[in-house]
Design a protein around this ligand. Structure first.
Ligand SMILES: [Fe+2]
Ligand SMILES: [Fe+2]
Length: 210
């Protein structure tokens, strides 16, 4: 879903603060991605697949939550559409869709999710994990759309940036639908602090979206 006109101002405000993210991406990252388009497109393709899969799994887990099911059902289609766009880009360029790698960023995020306690708290963490991945992806696509020299690739990544910004908002709104806003904000802040540590720890690599 591309964001609506009315959201565009909000988006530019958001991206100015990089969606609340505590640590901007290392500027060297964009130059590194330019070295192998095959590697970054392959990794991107898997990220889109994982986004679709996670939305399906949230729908299965919380099938009794009507808004969640209704909001996430079209996102599955959209994320799968993103996967197909990236796959088409690889094919168009005669590049190989490579193997899936271990996703250190996502694995580290999963460690922060509450595994026990009330189901609402577990759901909150699962929704905020998705919001965070969307926010960081949006930030990375923004870097690519502004930093790559190729005009076509700039607009290619800009579309993903806009779409993932909309998803970030959607996951936060879903959390607000089911939990008190203050609780969501408080936990979101903890997630942002935790994510900063991950970004700080991970090596800057041009063959990965995160
Ligand atoms: Fe996507
Ligand atoms: Fe997304």
């Amino acid at each position: 879903m591309l964001i609506e006109e009315s959201m565009k101002d909000e988006l530019s405000q958001h991206t100015k603060n990089i969606l609340g993210l505590k640590l901007p991406t290392d500027p060297r990252w964009v130059n590194l991605t330019a070295i192998s388009l095959e590697a970054i497109l392959t990794d991107h393709a898997y990220c889109e697949q994982k986004a679709a899969l996670t939305c399906i799994s949230l729908i299965q887990r919380y099938s009794d939550r009507k808004e969640l099911v209704q909001e996430l059902a079209p996102i599955v289609t959209e994320e799968w559409g993103h996967f197909r766009l990236v796959l088409a880009e690889l094919e168009k360029r005669n590049l190989t869709f490579g193997k899936q790698r271990k996703d250190e960023y996502v694995n580290r995020l999963l460690l922060f999710q509450k595994k026990g306690g009330h189901i609402d708290d577990r759901m909150l963490d699962q929704l905020l994990t998705m919001a965070l991945i969307e926010a960081r992806s949006c930030e990375r696509f923004k870097r690519l759309s502004e930093g790559l020299k190729d005009k076509y690739l700039q607009s290619f990544y800009r579309k993903f940036m806009e779409s993932e910004a909309g998803h970030y908002t959607l996951f936060i709104n879903l959390a607000d639908t089911y939990l008190p806003k203050e609780k969501v904000r408080k936990r979101w802040k903890e997630w942002l602090d935790y994510e900063k540590e991950i970004i700080n720890d991970l090596a800057v690599r041009g063959d990965r979206v995160h």
